[in-house]
Design a protein around this ligand. Structure first.
Ligand SMILES: [Zn+2]
Length: 68
């Protein structure tokens, strides 16, 4: 496995909680894509967002719009 490869992940600003698509490097650097490396709030501190737990679909969700 080559060194120096970045991973595409979601990152969240630790200051204002804005989420960005980001490159995460093996040395821990998190670089949001489409910015100059900082959040729009000016912070450059990000953490990787884990997005496995909040994608649970609502069970039995239905609307009562059907009217025969
Ligand atoms: Zn921010």
């Amino acid at each position: 496995m080559p060194d120096g490869e970045s991973e595409r992940r979601m990152a969240v600003c630790t200051s204002c909680e804005s989420a960005y698509a980001a490159e995460v490097w093996p040395d821990g650097t998190i670089k949001p894509i489409g910015t100059k490396g900082s959040c729009r709030c000016g912070s450059t501190e990000f953490r990787v967002a884990e997005y496995s737990s909040d994608v649970v679909p609502e069970p039995g969700e239905s609307t009562d719009a059907a009217d025969p």
